[in-house]
Design a protein around this ligand. Structure first.
Ligand code: FES
Ligand SMILES: [Fe+2]
Length: 440
């Protein structure tokens, strides 16, 4: 990994020109502007990660996932507060997989230890063992607490604050960056004016590869040109952009303007580490759409993305139902992520793999934001060492079957969605037509 240095194709004024692709496509970014007084990103790999939509964590259901290969569970306690615990029973280390949750009281499937935040220690930030079959039951139970990470629920997402260690008392966890940094309102969006569609997607590839992919403007035209329903984004367009990058302690933002009309913005991409990317156009308060992408490092070559598309247009529910908007939108999402996956799963390039040498690739001007990301990522990895669990879980993939459940890695939901479109189309259009023909 240490030898993963990246070469830049540089010219003195940062001007770059791409050679046309075979069919004549050229997407080039001619001038490059970095604002003066740039600051460095202050956030590293520890901090707030959006893990799933709030609705995924249902009453009396355990939600299994992992962060950097550390097995974790989300659930709602007796006060409906979301808890994020290590998936390890403190008695003999069993996983809670197969355990039960009743009115917020968690029972281990191995020997029946019960855990609740209203346990004998009376500290609601702790989850205390309240029952286990043991001669020293009373003493044992009082001293045993589950290890937790802090959680927060905002904008319909559950966030987990991943830090150096989980704690048995949440009061011991301090936050460097407040959760408000991820609040859509704080980022300028009056999100209540929007409606949204979302999907979760799972990839067997390194999570930082996916972030890199979402910072990569060029591939949108080439890889997704046939799928994105925008006539200006396809393989045959000839576009060139000016790019402006703003770096702030809390985010990096890259704004692309049309070269032939510098006042016209094509898109802006805002990366808020460690895992969130916002894609929109112009002033956030005016943007007609907003794409929120949350990247979750489940483990070594295992990653999840939550994709949410907010829009101010097409808000009429009846019309949306009639057009099967949600189902068709999901179909597009799945197709787009399939297209990316074709590239990403074979290009896997993670923290353990330094097999691309510095002489083998040359980055271009528009890859500058990607290069910035990689440098920040590498520094943050060295500083935070979030992959500490990977060493122990290497080559153990039994947990994959429990946590990987979404396309493109698992096709089931995609197939169900396609069948749904066929079924609903028949019910909405063909059946009334047949009925009408029968009665005439
Ligand atoms: S391992 Fe959980 S109760 Fe024994
Ligand atoms: Fe993509």
């Amino acid at each position: 990994m240490e030898n993963r240095q990246i070469n830049f194709f540089k010219s003195k004024d940062f001007n770059t020109v791409l050679k046309p692709f075979k069919n004549g496509t050229v997407v080039k970014i001619d001038s490059f502007d970095i604002r003066e007084n740039q600051k460095e990103l202050k956030i590293g790999l520890f901090g707030w990660y959006a893990i799933c939509p709030s609705k995924e964590v249902k009453k009396d259901k355990l939600y299994y996932f992992s962060l950097y290969d550390e097995p974790l569970v989300l659930y709602r306690d007796e006060n409906e507060n979301v808890r994020c615990i290590k998936n390890i029973c403190p008695h003999r280390g069993a996983s809670f997989f197969g355990g039960t949750l009743e009115d917020g009281v968690l029972t281990c499937p191995y020997h029946g230890a019960k855990f609740s935040s209203g346990g004998s220690c009376q500290n609601l930030d702790r989850i205390t063992c309240s029952h286990i079959v043991d001669n020293n039951y009373d003493n044992y139970a009082k001293k045993i607490h589950l290890s937790q990470y802090k959680t927060s629920e905002i904008n319909g997402y559950i966030f987990v604050h991943f830090s150096k260690e989980s704690e048995t008392d949440l009061n011991n966890i301090s936050e460097d960056i407040p959760i408000s940094n991820y609040e859509l309102y704080e980022n300028g969006f009056s999100h209540k004016e929007y409606v949204f569609e979302e999907v979760l997607v799972d990839f067997k590839c390194d999570w930082s590869r996916i972030i890199e992919n979402h910072l990569d403007i060029l591939h949108i035209f080439w890889v997704h040109g046939d799928t994105i329903p925008d006539k200006d984004v396809n393989k045959n367009v000839l576009v060139s952009f000016n790019q402006k990058i703003n770096i702030n302690p809390k985010y990096i933002e890259s704004i692309y303007y049309y070269k032939n009309d510098p006042s016209k913005e094509f898109i802006r991409i805002k990366y808020i580490p460690p895992g969130r990317i916002l894609i929109y156009k112009e002033d956030p308060s005016l943007s007609r759409y907003l794409q929120v992408l949350d990247h979750i490092p489940l483990g070594n070559n295992k990653a999840r993305v939550i994709v949410r598309h907010y829009r101010k247009f097409l808000q009429n529910k009846l019309l949306n139902n009639l057009l099967l908007f949600k189902e068709n939108q999901r179909k597009i999402f799945y197709k787009i992520f399939d297209e990316d996956y074709m590239i990403l799963k074979t290009q896997t390039y993670n923290h353990n793999m330094g097999f691309i040498s510095k002489d083998e690739i040359k980055l271009l001007g528009e890859d500058r934001i990607i290069n910035y990301f990689w440098k920040w990522y590498k520094n943050s990895e060295n500083k935070d060492n979030p992959w500490r669990n990977t060493i122990n879980t290497k080559n153990i993939d039994v947990y994959d079957k429990v946590i990987l459940k979404y396309p493109p890695e698992i096709k089931k939901l995609e197939i169900i969605n396609n069948l749904d479109i066929i079924r609903k189309t028949i019910v909405r259009f063909a059946a009334p037509l047949i009925f009408f023909m029968l009665i005439i």
